[in-house]
Design a protein around this ligand. Structure first.
Ligand code: ASP
Length: 593
């Protein structure tokens, strides 16, 4: 199809263009027929430009314009002129195009919703008509931001001497981690490929191969029961480096974020990012991914209540539980009803409630006031650095419950007290390091790797492997931004002996290990260098950078929370012949679809 090509983008027409002849290509965003004049708003991804038609002087053009429907694709040619009624809110709002000619390239049927950021839409309709949803300015911005993030990432790693290498999508299923998506093999009936949950083993093999520094922006797949903030296929920036220790990987990663923030926003991030051990993070913030945009630190005060007359705390002390709490500045103003609402946030942790104590101008107030001694009050005042008008909320429970409950309370308090400014965004990065290597899975009756089974233990903890495996810390690290985990990695085990030992601890028999990971164990024997890496969650990073609420808002064609792709209808039934070719018989064919 031949048609007049654009000379300028719609959103870029400016007063300096007045008097110039221009051609626009775009979509009809709006038609206003005022009788004496017709206004057409024409949109492309850069914005909107107004074009003017005068029916009295241009009857044929006006007749055709009156047949236009919104979202039709047109070209339009005319002369830029000043507007009679300027709209300073629009970048193009001072000017308009005096139309001389236009042509319809493709008419549109009425869209199911207006292409606008201001109209509330259900997610279902957005995902069903994703191509229209993506036409909206906000989604254009998100995906273009994502593109810019890609470019910085590619450039940064290239400058740092990394090699981009693709790893296979059809891999073998391994028993750790989440559930695999399986792909049946037609050529080898009864056998299956698995889509990669991550290129973990391949990137380690690349280190054995001498590539030294590997990076890949890669799709990964996990067949999990989906939660609101997960996607079954997601994108990682996958990194592996040889001859490194933990701090090399952390510094390299920090450099990437510094470059992203610098190039995209001209913001200088303060490096290095703060670091907390897992144990510190749990006892100070009640979570392994704390949001440090607000303080609200947890203070542990168990020792203050060794001889208390307050039975609940005394029993807790005697049972070896933890008594800890949070101070809220100015919180003494909360009413009893508000405090009850706040206490709700610890209930999901099986706690009956919490103890509140107000330190106000006229002294201490608390439902348990009469049980506490002056020295206990004094202890609290000192430990929490209380000032008049403050509130302390205390919880007594085993530490596994106490700290996470206070972590949840911290979030509730920050929300209620409006501690996160909605104005200028703040970016609080943080590394959490020294995670436990293993955790005991009561369901499986064995230890499971907290990160993955290829993670190296801290060297000083190696002797504990035989006597107290649950106490062994890992050379693993997570990167947190504003309370969200945006990446994680580790230094890997690089000797076959240690790797075999960890498999055994994880209850993976030598036979299973040989079958599933034989290639890794073998490769480790052929001169595997010390190595480590990280994987960054690109979707989540872009989401946080875009200020978007959901991962789905930064992925072009995402799945719904139940794993459906509404635009193309996947997953979908297949033809019986396709199944036959794969040697697959369905046990419960879905009759309804
Ligand atoms: N492969 C790991 C993951 O996807 C990250 C890493 O250890 O590099 O979680």
């Amino acid at each position: 199809m031949r048609f007049p090509k654009r000379t300028v983008y719609c959103g870029e027409v400016r007063p300096t263009d007045v008097g110039r002849r221009v051609i626009l290509n775009g979509w009809v965003a709006r038609i206003r027929d005022l009788g004496g004049v017709i206004f057409l708003d024409i949109r492309d991804h850069t914005g909107i430009c107004q074009a003017l038609i005068r029916p009295a002087q241009q009857p044929e053009i006006a007749r055709q314009a009156r047949h236009l429907t919104v979202e039709s694709v047109i070209w339009l040619e005319g002369i830029v002129q000043w507007r009679e009624n300027p709209n300073p809110a629009l970048p193009t709002g001072l000017v308009e195009i005096a139309t001389e000619a236009f042509g319809l390239l493709n008419p549109s049927v009425p869209p199911p919703f207006p292409i606008s950021d201001d109209v509330p839409l259900t997610e279902e309709v957005r995902l069903r008509y994703r191509y229209l949803d993506l036409r909206r300015p906000q989604m254009q911005r998100h995906l273009r931001l994502r593109h810019r993030v890609y470019q910085v990432i590619h450039r940064y790693f290239d400058q740092q001497g990394f090699v981009e290498i693709e790893t296979p999508m059809l891999t073998r299923s391994t028993p750790e981690g989440a559930r695999d998506f399986l792909v049946p093999s037609r050529l080898h009936p009864g056998r299956f490929y698995a889509l990669p949950q991550s290129p973990q083993l391949f990137k380690q093999l690349l280190m054995v191969a001498g590539f030294d520094r590997y990076v890949q922006i890669v799709k990964c797949f996990r067949d999990e029961d989906l939660r609101a903030d997960r996607q079954p296929e997601f994108t990682q920036v996958d990194v592996e480096m040889a001859f490194v220790e933990r701090d090399d990987v952390l510094a390299l990663t920090e450099g990437l974020f510094a470059q992203l923030w610098q190039e995209l926003w001209d913001i200088e991030l303060k490096l290095p990012f703060p670091r907390l051990t897992y144990a510190e993070s749990m006892s100070l913030y009640g979570t392994d991914k704390p949001d440090l945009r607000y303080d609200l630190r947890i203070h542990t005060v168990t020792d203050l209540f060794a001889d208390t007359a307050f039975t609940i705390f005394r029993t807790a002390y005697q049972q070896g539980h933890v008594i800890a709490g949070i101070r809220l500045e100015g919180g003494a103003a909360y009413s009893r009803r508000e405090l009850e609402e706040i206490a709700e946030s610890v209930r999901p942790f099986g706690l009956p409630g919490l103890v509140w104590i107000k330190y106000d101008t006229d002294g201490w107030h608390s439902p348990v006031a009469k049980h506490l001694s002056p020295s206990e009050y004094e202890g609290l005042r000192e430990r929490f650095q209380l000032r008049e008008g403050d509130l302390v909320l205390l919880v007594a429970a085993p530490w596994q419950t106490c700290y996470p409950a206070l972590g949840a309370l911290r979030q509730t308090l920050s929300r209620r007290a409006g501690l996160i400014s909605s104005g200028s965004p703040e970016y609080c990065f943080l590394w959490v390091v020294d995670f436990p290597l293993l955790e005991y899975s009561a369901a499986e009756g064995r230890y499971v790797a907290r990160h993955h089974p290829f993670t190296a233990p801290l060297e000083e903890d190696l002797p504990l492997l035989d006597i107290a495996p649950e106490k062994v810390r890992a050379q693993a690290y997570d990167l947190i931004l504003n309370g969200e985990e945006i990446g994680g990695g580790s230094i890997r085990i690089h000797t076959a002996e240690l790797q075999q030992k960890i498999f055994t601890l994880l209850g993976i028999s030598p036979e299973q290990a040989r079958q599933k990971f034989g290639f890794l164990l073998e490769a480790l024997r052929y001169g595997a260098p010390p190595h480590g890496g990280i994987a960054l969650g690109l979707d989540r990073i872009v989401m946080l950078m875009a200020g978007a609420e959901s991962l789905r808002d930064v992925i072009a064609f995402p799945k719904t929370t139940s794993g459906l792709s509404l635009v193309d209808g996947a997953p979908a039934p297949v033809e019986p012949e396709q199944l036959a070719e794969l040697g697959i018989t369905l046990v419960t064919p879905d009759q309804t679809s």
